[in-house]
Design a protein around this ligand. Sequence first.
Ligand SMILES: Cc1ncc(COP(=O)(O)O)c(C=O)c1O
Length: 441
Amino acid sequence: MRKNREFIPGGVVSINRAIEPEIVFVKGQGAYLWDAEGNRYIDYHAAFAPHFLGHNDPEVTEAVVRVLQDGASLYGTGTTKLEGQLAELICRNVPSVESIQLLNTGSEATYQAIRLARAVMGRDHVIVMQGGYNGWHNDVSCNLMTPLEQLGPRVSPGEYPYFSISAGIPVEHRKLVHPVNFNDLESVQYVCDSYPVAALITEPILQNIGVVKPEPGYLEGLRRLADRFGFVLIFDEVKTGFRHAVGGYASIAGVNPDLAVFGKAVANGYPLAVLGGKKDLMDYFVHPEPSKRVLLGGTYNAHPVPTIAAIATVERLLRNGGEVYHYVEHLGERVQKGIENIVSELGLTAVVSRQGSAFCLYFMDHCPKDWHDLASHHHFKVDEQMRREMIERGVYFFPLATKQCSISFAHTEEDIDVTLEQMKTSLAASSSAHSHPPVSV
Ligand SMILES: Cc1ncc(COP(=O)(O)O)c(C=O)c1O
């Protein structure tokens, strides 16, 4: 670690991985991680959620090895059978997707989705969610876990200022981006009445601040507003897609976006993202008129390794009537009930919010409806300490308050039961250390 600091700023290549306690992990297999000192952890971080089948899933690994042994390479010219196979698999199984492009990361895909929307609509303004994360580029590097002191009182209907989470974003660019509360249709309408909006991008469940679900009718309401004001509705399913259903959370909600972006679980940990949606929009990538054509390139797009990993993953997810989803739902219920029992035994004020394999424990008396609600009521210090206590006891919860926990297909009932045992001790220790209520604005 000290050596890495000599050559890498902060000693780590992705700054959101720079977190205390600093642990050097050396192996991941199934539901477990091992550190350099030989300690084993039951993993609920899953590298920010891609490992839905578990680390190094044997079937995915075998497919990757096979494709390399067969001599597949990155040809970088023409099309390939593999990319065609994956495209067909996705288009046939994701209801909102008629046509796709493949990229390497979620950020590239959300970048392209917004650019495509601007090209189609001939407008520049974009609506984003306070508390949503859609990647690192200029349109979306803002308003994630904005401190309440900076955010101020709830704004509705209306918009929050662009609170950057990165230096280097041009001031003029910030004026094109309008952050609003999740679950707040009136604010979307307010922005649409005030600016020519090209697109609204949102995770259908906010899963970068735990598990903040859409209220009944919210996603349908976004669809209606998109149709009325003519903006492109983009669902960022980088975290929710394939983890909750092969068709994405959109298929569970029964609401079709115009464009959808997938990543993470689609290739079970290999670097691949998908941008897909309505064919007439996607065709702007090959628009006959050069001034309307959207540039999409990328040396590594559809590299055979992540592409075969995605094919193997999606085929596994589709098998046996969706047994993967039934199993993780069963484990999810077990963890939720177990935590709820512990919370009530210890007399704590806390609630579990869960969608299938993704869950989060909030130290407040209701499931949050948006970031402002969460930031106003959640007890961040208890949350963080609980996570550190869990790590000391061999269960890896990412040690940053409100981060979602991810169960994988490789977890067992026994893993869940061990987790619950450790949770009981960890919760008792962390809640007694911080008995003061959180600050409210
Ligand atoms: C919802 C969502 N969108 C986009 C991204 C960006 O994806 P990537 O880190 O692959 O660029 C993330 C990453 O965590 C995400 O959670």
